[in-house]
Write a protein that binds this ligand. Structure first.
Ligand code: NAI
Ligand code: MG
Length: 363
């Protein structure tokens, strides 16, 4: 079998700094675990604009379509704020998501024991938390027609439409069930079937996909507002949550904050299965290019490292190696190693970006 292929797009600001640590980890897996990955690198965002006058070159787009996974750092920065909307760094990212048709956005909420006191919730509630929110990303109320602001009589009316086809619901449900099989084998689907027809259809289709294709996975349904309450009350009851674009936007941001710092949060966006059965995939930290600390060797590389761990698990079928990497991160945090964004305790000296990479490699 050929090696898995990974396209690295480090991007702007702290992107290349945090990605540098992932490169070292990829090399480590090649040397010590005989896990060879065919890595190629290219430009995205402002870095691509500087060279090509566009935030994503067509050749880069074509490469992204061919590889098993894309790993992206971050894009953007004050230098590019003056650019026309059509060539802004973020457009590079949007083009990747759109042309790869990445309809399932995965946002894990994971709480490392050593950081449980960072959370605004009680330690018991969050310590060891490991849940995954799957948000439908390419349809729903952010895209549905009709939309706009119209005038009716003597006042204006703002209109957006929640619209989901059966196939759009079925494909994101499949993504969630596939993930659940690699995790805790449990899916909770959230909608508002009590007040929205789109929610009634959502519930029916998710149930049908379950019964016909994934009867081995435990499925439950919850109204999204009740889900929001349960997420704050006892998040450990969940494994995978699947929900629409709007509810997923809110629930994934809320769940992320159960666990603390932006420098810790990975994500993935998945599309349709490719010929090899694995989904099209792009992995990236949730954070941006952090211009305020860029170039200072201060950024926390863990979000990017954990994004690579997700690629190992969900694109390369290397769940055991992903566990190994996540365990190394947990160990480093147990040992009290902290980048500046994770400081809280008195008298702890922060490590640099490279220092955190050193510690993870050593662990
Ligand atoms: P940001 O995520 O870049 O930074 C927010 C705050 O968190 C800053 O104080 C930053 O120093 C800190 N931070 C972020 N990541 C960190 C890390 N790994 N380690 C330590 N501290 C970290 O968001 P902001 O400031 O709103 O946006 C900055 C630029 O990034 C903008 O140009 C924005 O458009 C872009 N952006 C890009 C994203 C992407 O590439 N996916 C996502 C969000 C913003
Ligand atoms: Mg949001």
């Amino acid at each position: 079998m050929s090696n898995p292929s990974l396209l690295i797009l480090a991007g702007d600001g702290i992107g290349p700094e945090v990605m540098g640590q992932v490169r070292r980890i990829i090399d480590w897996f090649g040397d010590k675990r005989d896990l060879k990955i065919d890595v190629s690198e290219d430009l995205v965002g402002g870095a691509a604009y500087d060279v090509h006058g566009t935030p994503l070159h067509d050749d880069t787009m074509a490469k992204a379509q061919e590889v098993d996974a894309v790993l992206l750092g971050a894009v953007g920065g004050p230098k590019y704020d003056v650019l026309d909307f059509s060539v802004k760094p973020e457009r590079g990212l949007l083009r990747l998501r759109k042309e790869m048709d990445l309809y399932a956005n995965l946002r894990p909420a994971q709480c490392f024991d050593a950081l449980a006191d960072f959370s605004s919730l009680k330690r018991d509630v969050v310590a060891g938390l490991d849940i995954m929110i799957v948000r439908e990303l390419t349809s729903g109320i952010y895209f549905g027609e009709p939309r706009g602001i119209i005038t009716e009589g003597n006042e204006r009316v703002g209109i957006n439409t929640q619209r989901y086809t059966e196939s759009e619901i079925a494909r994101v449900a499949r993504s969630a069930f596939e993930l659940a099989r690699r995790r805790g084998n449990k899916v909770c689907s959230m909608e508002k079937a009590n007040v929205m027809e789109s929610g009634i259809l959502w519930r029916e289709v998710v149930q049908k996909v379950h019964d016909e294709e994934y009867p081995d996975v435990e499925l439950s349904h919850m109204y999204a507002d009740a889900g929001a309450m349960q997420l704050c009350r006892w998040p450990k009851q969940f494994d995978v949550i699947v929900t629409d674009n709007l509810f997923g936007d809110l629930l994934s941001d809320a769940a992320a904050m159960l666990t603390g710092s932006l420098g810790m949060l990975p994500s993935a966006s998945l599309g349709a299965p490719m010929a090899n059965g694995r989904p099209k995939a792009m992995y990236e930290p949730v954070h941006g290019s952090a211009p305020d600390i860029a170039g200072q060797n201060k950024a926390n590389p863990i979000a990017c490292i954990l994004s690579f761990a997700m690629a190992l698990r969900y694109s390369f079928d290397q769940g055991a190696e992903a566990d190994r990497l996540e365990a190394a991160v947990a160990k480093v945090l147990e040992d009290g190693v902290r980048t500046a964004d994770l400081l809280g305790e008195e008298g702890v000296e922060p490590v640099t970006t490279v220092g955190m990479g050193d510690a993870v490699l050593a662990a």
